[in-house]
Design a protein around this ligand. Sequence first.
Ligand SMILES: [Zn+2]
Length: 215
Amino acid sequence: MSSALPPNLIKGYATWKKEGYSERKALLQRLVKEGQHPTTMIISCCDSRVHPTTIFNSEFGELFIHRNIANLVPPYRLKGDENGTAAAIEYAVTSLKVAHIVILGHSNCGGVLSCFNMCTGKAPDLEKPSSFVGRWIDTLRPGFERLGSSGDDKEKILMLEKEGIAISLENLRTFPFVKQAIEDGSLSIHGLWHDIANGVLFSLEDGSFKPVVIE
Ligand SMILES: [Zn+2]
């Protein structure tokens, strides 16, 4: 098997080095000298159609981004086990002292769909203890259990995408350092759902998702 990088990556890098890097050389050198001081942490899905830096038009150094399948935050556990998401949150809050954490969910999420299929008995492979994906998306099972009986599968999957954001916000508050920072007034947490096809962001406010108002 060839160890060569895919040509599209080499081509993209060449373009960025010539254009993007040239424009940002001073910024990047300052960020290296002064260190990173991002004010916002984004927790988004791994999905290739989700581009946090693009949709927020952000520069290097602005966003501390953690990505995982279905943008989930598991509940706090006393043992510091192999949980990359908890480690990223701890670092963002206690070391970088970010002022905001945004859970960025999205439409057409394959991870949420997998959770729905697993919870409805349509994906037995995901129920196996050996499935990393299955064990991970089990974090969202409480969201499935909250879904009512109304609506067809398509509507329920959409509801589950949004429940996942609410549950991740609830789980965030179970981390003692997050709870403390919120109480101190130094941290606020937010839930967004991104409609990919229409390029619209919805914000979770008072229990429902409303379009983000652009002034
Ligand atoms: Zn997703």
